[in-house]
Ligand binder design. Structure first.
Ligand SMILES: Cc1ncc(C[n+]2csc(CCOP(=O)(O)OP(=O)(O)O)c2C)c(N)n1
Ligand SMILES: [Mg+2]
Length: 591
């Protein structure tokens, strides 16, 4: 039997489980694991500048491609606590990442040793498993179990904490015969699918709410096939956005309080039946449940049994992996279609399409300083359907969801439930590492960008080029808007007179200089007409220098973005589109 350190065994298992990339930074307590990484030589390591960033890089890496699992590595103590935000964000969005931490030696764990924090206990509520491995011979089993858990059922993150002496201890392990454990995914039965379809048949105005579970299950093709067979409009959730192209005739718009289309909300409110697949009835999607549920019948399909009935009791629930369920939905609907037993939905579908054509928000403004809506209009023109957008939170992200277009799964990469500021730069770097040929466009508000701006250096060092659009209002914009309810504008201003950059006119941080200082390229734009040329120049710079390129757009300070507390009371602060020139890059044009 081959003998090796437990750390060598762990790295050999990563390899056998298909891991090719890791994001992290070393420290004394994790050096044995780094020694194993070095001697193995087959895993590309990206050196983060902040340990939290490593966890978000791992998330970006997982989210970009089906089957990917991002690995993030840190030392003991604060490295582990830094990565807690990534574990939270990953677990909230059902994203598997493997977080590996070093730890003080076993015999010193209870002696308040330097950086000996009980990270497994800290991470427990945010992971599917969090464990400090005390026996070196358990290391192979713990890693095998970690991959089994991350891939089974509702996907999610795992933390493995390894004391220094456990990593170094020699064990017997044969990587050659190591085998990943089978993955468990519950599957719907045909009887369950037939029952749901019979309920759908009885509806007059049905919609499908398509959640991120469809993307996680790599089942977008089946969703489209099913929707087309039954001719039922689809409302993707923010996490499901891209599972059918925005320009698909059955894409009815997103519904919700913020990241939603006017036509998506109107269609949901008109509907009498909702088939939710791989979604979790998130509160920013549903708004008040009384409005959301009123007069509607609900069927809920989810991989996690305990999700059924968590937010409200559906009329019927099915426990299933989205791919398994949609496979049966396609089969059963196909049989009904061939037998001529599917109801005609043409009138309802046309009504939804008419709402999509007419209920538009205005994007075309020529104002200086620039209004944010115009930025998204220019992005729609500059970036094609292959673009992978990355964003996290803020007015910037909310407006992006309202105005940008997504055409493919995994092309809207967003920290949906947790929304941690600072996520965007590292997540974009993880996306680039996971799909080096992708066109990646990240979008941040100025504050999100400042949170982890140092990670730009990682993109420059490791040759991970992407375009980062920073919409700068010198405000914690979303919080400023929500403070209107308190009649205040308190502690939300990022503006100051930068003594080194008077040309910024009080907007504070000189993002161009910071980005350049970190080895990236950057362009600043003040006028609407300069946005498009800046995007074209950014593409050239990215191709030439192979580094991240920042395009900073100086916005007007105050713009309120459409949002509300109920699906039927979303407040519009700006003029609506009246003619096609008002929203020239909308999917379906007015007039
Ligand atoms: C770590 C963290 N702290 C606080 C928040 C709350 N928060 C959400 S958006 C926001 C302001 C974002 O400002 P900016 O990135 O400039 O975007 P804008 O809304 O101005 O477009 C804050 C403070 C958060 N989401 N994450
Ligand atoms: Mg801002």
């Amino acid at each position: 039997m081959p003998r090796m350190t437990a750390a060598d065994a762990a790295v050999a298992i990563l390899d056998r489980e298909g891991i090719t990339h890791a994001f992290g930074l070393p420290g004394a307590a994790i050096n044995p694991f780094y020694a194993a990484l070095r001697s193995h030589g087959g895993i590309t390591h990206v050196l983060a500048r902040h340990v939290e960033a490593a966890s978000h890089m791992a998330e970006g890496y997982t989210r970009v491609r089906a089957g990917n699992i991002g690995v993030c590595i840190g030392t003991s103590g604060p490295a582990g606590t830094d990565m807690i935000t990534g574990l939270y964000s990953a677990s909230a969005d059902s994203i598997p990442i493997l977080c590996i931490t070093g730890q003080a030696p076993v015999a010193r764990l209870h002696k308040e040793d330097f950086q000996a924090v009980d990270i497994a206990a800290v991470a427990a509520p945010l992971t599917k498993m969090a464990t400090t491995v005390l026996e070196p011979a358990q290391v192979p089993g713990v890693f095998a179990q970690a991959f089994h858990l991350m891939r089974s059922g509702r996907p999610g993150p795992v933390l493995i904490d390894m004391p220094f002496d456990v990593q170094l201890a020699e064990i017997d392990f044969d990587p050659g015969t190591y085998e990943p454990l089978p993955v468990y995914k519950p599957a719907a039965t045909r009887a369950q699918i037939d029952k749901a379809l019979a309920m759908l048949d009885r509806a007059e105005r049905p919609v499908i709410v398509a959640g991120g579970g469809i993307i996680n299950a790599d089942a977008a093709d089946l969703l489209v096939a099913f929707a087309e067979l039954v001719n039922v409009p689809v409302i993707p959730t923010l996490m499901g956005w891209g599972c059918l192209p925005d320009n698909h005739p059955l894409m009815a718009g997103m519904a919700g309080l913020q990241t939603a289309h006017r036509y998506g909300n109107a269609t949901l409110l008109e509907s009498d039946f909702v088939l939710g697949i791989g979604n979790r009835w998130a509160n920013r999607h549903t708004g008040g449940l009384e409005t959301y549920r009123k007069g509607r019948t609900f069927v809920h399909v989810d991989i996690q049994p305990t999700q059924i009935g968590r937010v409200f009791p559906p009329d019927y629930g099915i426990v299933s992996d989205a791919r398994a369920a949609l496979g049966l939905f396609v089969q059963a609907a196909g049989e009904r279609s061939r037998a001529g037993r599917l109801p005609d939905r043409d009138i309802w579908v046309k009504e939804c399409q008419e709402r999509k054509r007419t209920m538009l928000r205005r994007t075309h403004f020529d104002d200086v300083p620039i209004k944010p809506q115009r930025v998204y209009e220019e992005m729609n023109r500059a970036f094609g359907p292959e673009t992978r957008y990355v964003s996290t939170i803020g007015l910037s992200q909310i407006a992006a969801a309202q105005f940008l277009h997504t055409y493919r799964p995994r092309h809207w990469i967003n920290a949906g439930q947790a929304g941690p500021l600072g996520w965007t730069v590292p997540a974009a770097i993880g996306v680039c590492a996971g799909d080096p040929d992708a066109t990646v466009v990240a979008l941040s508000g100025d504050y999100d960008f400042q949170f982890m701006i140092e990670e730009l250096a990682v993109g420059a060092q490791f040759g991970l080029p992407y375009i980062h659009v920073v919409v700068n209002n010198a405000y914690l914009g979303l919080i400023r808007q929500s403070q209107r309810g308190f009649d205040m504008d308190y502690c939300v201003q990022l503006s100051f007179d930068n003594v080194n950059a008077p040309e910024l006119g009080g907007y504070g941080v000189d993002h161009v200089k910071v980005a350049e200082g970190l080895g990236c390229k950057a362009i600043r734009v003040f006028k609407p007409a300069d946005i498009a040329p800046a995007f074209e120049r950014a593409k050239e710079l990215m191709a030439e220098f192979r580094v991240p390129v920042v395009v900073e757009v100086i916005l007007e300070r105050v713009t309120n973005i459409s949002m509300g507390t109920e699906l039927d009371n979303v407040v519009e602060f700006e003029e609506l589109a009246a003619r096609k020139e008002d929203a020239p890059t909308a999917i379906a044009l007015l007039d």
